[in-house]
Design a protein around this ligand. Structure first.
Ligand code: ZN
Length: 147
């Protein structure tokens, strides 16, 4: 099995069995995100403990990449500070948009999203959950759109 197969398996697995799928009651922050290009819709719920993301859930529907990306993100940012989550997003964004981007070990399973950069139209599918997380952390009420 080469790396590409492995990455594809991670995406398929997280799409089929999304981790942290569900909702959190208030006072958890929540934000909705929409990617009109593909039709992906997500709601992200975040429970903060001071500056730390104590818990995170998401629900919604969308393509395999948007769901798998949200699932991978939920595992990756739980227990991290907001600053760490932001730093991780910067790395993911590079991975998605730069052909020569490195895949640092700190990315963990998020490295599986690397294949998305071969398909520029799908980058918004993969980044939607991160934009939505940001909006939830900022306490935004207006739905975010990738457009
Ligand atoms: Zn999509």
């Amino acid at each position: 099995m080469d790396l590409k197969d492995l990455y594809r398996d991670v995406i398929l697995d997280h799409n089929k069995r999304p981790r942290n799928f569900g909702t959190l009651p208030p006072p958890a922050h929540e934000a909705r995100g929409h990617n009109p290009l593909c039709g992906d819709q997500l709601t992200v719920y975040v429970e903060l403990d001071g500056d730390v993301i104590r818990d995170l859930r998401f629900e919604g529907k969308g393509c395999a990449i948007s769901v798998a990306s949200a699932s991978l993100m939920s595992e990756a940012v739980k227990g991290r500070s907001r600053a760490d989550a932001n730093a991780l997003y910067e790395q993911v964004h590079d991975l998605l948009t730069r052909q020569d981007a490195p895949s640092p070990p700190s990315l963990g399973k998020l490295a599986a999203l690397q294949g998305v950069r071969e398909f520029p139209a799908r980058v918004k599918c993969a980044s939607l959950c991160w934009h939505t997380l940001n909006a939830a952390l900022e306490g935004g009420v207006a739905p975010v759109s990738t457009e």
